[in-house]
Design a protein around this ligand. Structure first.
Ligand code: PA5
Length: 341
């Protein structure tokens, strides 16, 4: 039931099934434009923007057009009729996204809307804009399958991405396998998500990923710990953090003792980055409260990225349970939106 801590865990662990449904829904929508696209812009906020970040990272390897994510009322000035604008809002009522949608219309950019309803669905229907409708009733951060996979399908339909079907199938199969290993029924000694939650309990999680591979995953872990576990968490990426944050670990050791550092690693990371992980661990390992690494396993880069995402999602829900709180409500976001209304 809604408001039950188990409900968020259940919603998050439904990711493999959600991905299947998301693919079907997106494939059923007719999307074609005459435009000669020069760039792609995903516009959205919070849980609805993260799909754009996954797309951006995925696109490094697979898409020849630049992909940008916009989290604002306004659009960047390069947006024009050769920009594919993907307007994403789970609720369909986020004011920044609606404002960006209107601006995209004024700039005559081809738009696709992805939402569960609200104003965005209404406006897209009225404006004759392709609309991918996803089920309502979830928290946006538990709807990542719905908020990311349709974006891949749109790009495939517009021939901006190709040969993605096998990769997606392998990714979904990998998630289904992982769900057996991290489900609530699996005891802590065999459950990596529960073990991670215990490491984070009463500590400040610091998640370090890698530019171009796990950067969005690291950001996602941080966001999920904030929103689900109602706890502070921080993230950064290699190699950049080797040029600043590492120096910050010269603070007195009593502060470092509060930190639980987790490296998110995959075989896709640059060999020099692999080496940087090892050296960084050597330099700070003795002084921080805890340090460990988690490897994303899977048959392809997308599968590896999503395996880590799924693990982080479930970890954040288990951490909420350890703190004895309901992961679902985001009281402070609601309060802020109400004050703005
Ligand atoms: O996870 C959340 O609830 C938030 O981050 C929302 O995604 C954010 O406030 C934007 O709302 P929406 O996703 O409905 O556009």
């Amino acid at each position: 039931k809604k408001g039950d801590p188990e409900n968020m865990l259940e919603a998050l662990s439904g990711l493999p099934t959600q991905c299947q449904d998301a693919m079907q829904r997106a494939r059923a929508v007719n999307i074609s434009f005459a435009a000669d696209f020069k760039n792609i812009l995903v516009t959205g906020l919070g849980g609805s923007a993260i799909g754009g970040d996954f797309l951006r990272v995925y696109g490094y390897r697979k898409c020849t057009l630049p992909i940008l994510v916009n989290r604002d009322y306004n659009l960047p000035s390069f947006v024009n009729e050769q920009t594919l604008v993907l307007a994403v809002s789970y609720s369909g009522n986020t004011e920044e996204t609606l404002s960006a949608y209107e601006e995209a219309k004024l700039k005559k950019a081809p738009i696709v809307a992805l939402t569960s309803g609200g104003q965005l669905a209404e406006r897209a229907k009225k404006d004759g804009i392709p609309l991918i409708l996803i089920p309502s009733g979830l928290q946006p951060r538990a709807a990542t399958g719905y908020l990311f996979l349709p974006l891949l399908v749109v790009l495939e339909k517009l021939s901006l991405l190709s040969d993605i079907a096998a990769e997606i199938e392998e990714t979904i199969a990998g998630l289904a396998d992982l769900s057996k290993a991290i489900s609530a029924q699996v005891p802590t000694e065999n459950n990596p998500a529960k073990q991670l939650a215990l490491r984070f309990y009463n500590k400040i999680p610091v998640i370090w990923g890698v530019a171009g591979t796990t950067e969005t995953v690291a950001m996602r872990w941080k966001g999920q710990i904030n929103e689900n576990s109602k706890a502070l968490a921080y993230f950064n990426v290699l190699p950049e953090l080797n040029h600043n944050e590492i120096v910050g670990t010269e603070v007195p050791e009593k502060f470092l003792r509060e930190l639980e550092v987790v490296f998110l690693r995959t075989e896709d990371d640059h060999p020099r980055v692999q080496k940087r992980f090892d050296i960084t661990k050597e330099i700070i390992g003795e002084r921080v409260g805890g340090i460990s690494e988690v490897w994303g396993d899977g048959k392809n880069p997308l599968a590896r990225m999503f395996a880590l995402t799924y693990l982080g999602d479930c970890t954040s829900a288990y951490l909420a349970l350890l703190y004895g709180i309901d992961p679902s409500p985001v009281k402070l976001i609601t309060l802020l939106k109400n004050k703005l209304a």
